[in-house]
Design a protein around this ligand. Sequence first.
Ligand code: DON
Length: 304
Amino acid sequence: MNYQKILDTIHSEMSYRDVGGKVASYIPELAKIDPRKFGMHLYCGENQHYGFGDSEEKFSIQSISKVFSLCMAMNIMGEDLWERVDVEPSGNPFNSLTQLEQENGIPRNPFINAGALVISDILVDHLENPKEELLSFVRQITGDADIEYDETVASSEKSTGFRNIALVNYMKALGNIKCEVEPIIDFYFHQCSLRMSCRQLAKAFMIFANKGKVLENGEKIMRPEIVKRINALMQTCGFYDEAGEFSFEVGLPGKSGVGGGIVAIHPERYSVAVWSPILNEKGNSELGMKALEKLTTLTGVSVF
Ligand code: DON
């Protein structure tokens, strides 16, 4: 498969001018991002990777980080994790509070904010220094030490993060949060502030295409049965109330973030990341979704 040629076609045929959404502004720091940014990178082997545009520029990965923290929580808790968080699509916006009341404080899945905050609680509870350990995990699976938190984005989100703070308090009232609110929120805002490029994200996500093996050195750091579960969750819950649409259009497991990034994988074939900061009304990158739809159309393969 000539992936570079396919990516070049996507680059030449698609542009930010084709979409009508807006850059995220509820986190003030994210509103400053240039809406014209567009990059894509695909890895299918250690020395086989292809990209275009702004694929080497780092951006705020936001909710894509929920996949990394879920990996760590699954490694710590095993199947007991599913007593604290469910595995069903929510059909609701990522920051919704409504289902929690009816469902006794058990979030629908680990990728909506409520679920990711329960995961944060677990990591804060079990790890000596959760922020450092998350950073080392992400660097390890990427095979790249050049990954950092963006303190400005983390404190910008903290200044407007009332819904997330409400979610943690509410779940604490319902008995599904163990630690204090502040360290959970601090960890969560930091994980969302991680800065990575499309190239780094595609490389990191090769563990989900490669049954848990780190691309850089072949080290197996996730058990295949855990990878199977994470890929299933990305397929069914990776795009909130647009998970069905993403499956329908693209046909790959994936995860988005309000920084405009999307990562998707084709098991045993490739991992691909795309970045365009203009979001649709569901909080997913509009051009990113279109570019991935084009990728699976031009390659003629998806998981379906
Ligand atoms: O908690 C928030 O609202 C953000 N830090 C992350 C949201 C996000 O990326 C949702 N994804 N599309």
